[in-house]
Design a protein around this ligand. Structure first.
Ligand SMILES: Nc1ncnc2c1ncn2[C@@H]1O[C@H](COP(=O)(O)OP(=O)(O)OP(=O)(O)O)[C@@H](O)[C@H]1O
Length: 261
């Protein structure tokens, strides 16, 4: 969690990404303060997932920089970036269905400790990993499902487990991809509360379509339109920003007010 001379946990500097001849990310810049909760919003195809893929190392940028606590991470591989303290959820795909809740969390903790240590050290760390997995289970409210196989959890419980796995290694920057997608209204409300709790003191970035979640969770909102960050401000300021209204938010709010999602 060392902050190497900057209070920015994450910075994108004139980031660009082309697929073939098509430039999808067109000079995106963003500076996220440590401890901030940021929602990335924008129309379909604007480049939100591509930005997440660039930040987490799945794609290398065509040009520009990504800095984590002031140090360049662009071009590094996902596991290297993870070791440096940035963790991304992968929408359930990193849950082991045939392992219990506890075992899933313990695996995530052990993985975060690294593989490259001797067996005797592994044993001494196992106790730590068990304790941390128990704590995580309480945090994500799944302690009563300790021995339930992950595949037998409800959808919302699986999403909670996913969040637990994402934060297991103690990463200081957490990326969540549509954390409440597919949940009911009441599940969504509870889940926002849980996310706020478990990411307290960490930096959170989410990609989100649901404006209720965005306004309930984010300290600041980054609006991505056509591969650029056209606004980055508080929810109130973004809501009132004429450029955002015109490019995106007006139509979304109107659709949600008339009952569409
Ligand atoms: N690997 C790839 N190869 C080629 N084109 C890609 C690739 N990944 C994304 N794209 C294109 O980049 C554009 C932005 O996609 P992206 O998924 O980042 O948008 P998004 O804002 O996350 O959209 P949505 O809200 O619909 O999920 C789209 O036109 C998409 O087809």
């Amino acid at each position: 969690m060392a902050d190497q001379g900057t209070s920015h946990a994450l910075q994108l500097v004139d980031l660009r990404k082309s697929f073939g001849k098509t430039e999808i990310i067109r000079g995106a810049s963003l500076a996220v303060q440590a401890g901030e909760r940021v929602a990335i919003i924008g129309p379909n195809g604007a480049g939100k997932s591509t930005l997440f893929n660039l930040i987490s190392g799945r794609f290398a940028p065509t040009s520009g920089q990504v800095l984590l606590h002031g140090a360049r991470i662009d071009g590094k591989r996902p596991f290297e970036i993870n070791r440096l303290g940035l963790s991304r959820s992968f929408q359930i795909s990193n849950i082991f269905g045939r392992l219990s809740v506890f075992e899933n969390l313990r695996c995530a903790v052990l993985w975060s400790l690294g593989y490259g240590y001797a067996f005797w050290r592994f044993l001494s760390r196992l106790q730590d990993a068990n304790e941390r997995a128990e704590r995580l289970m309480e945090m994500i409210r799944l302690h009563k499902k300790r021995d339930t196989l992950a595949m037998n959890l409800t959808y919302a419980e699986q999403r909670a487990l996913e969040v637990g796995i994402t934060i297991a290694g103690g990463a200081s920057v957490i990326l969540l991809d549509e954390p409440t997608a597919g949940m009911s209204r009441s599940e969504t409300g509870r889940f926002i509360h849980l996310i706020r709790e478990v990411t307290e003191g960490r930096t959170l970035l989410t990609v989100e379509h649901d404006m209720g979640v965005v306004f309930g969770l984010a300290d600041r909102i980054a609006v991505v339109v056509y591969g650029e960050v056209i606004a980055f401000d508080t929810p109130e300021a973004v809501r009132a920003n004429p450029r955002v209204q015109e490019a995106y938010l007006g139509s979304v709010i109107a659709a949600q007010q008339t009952g569409g999602q």
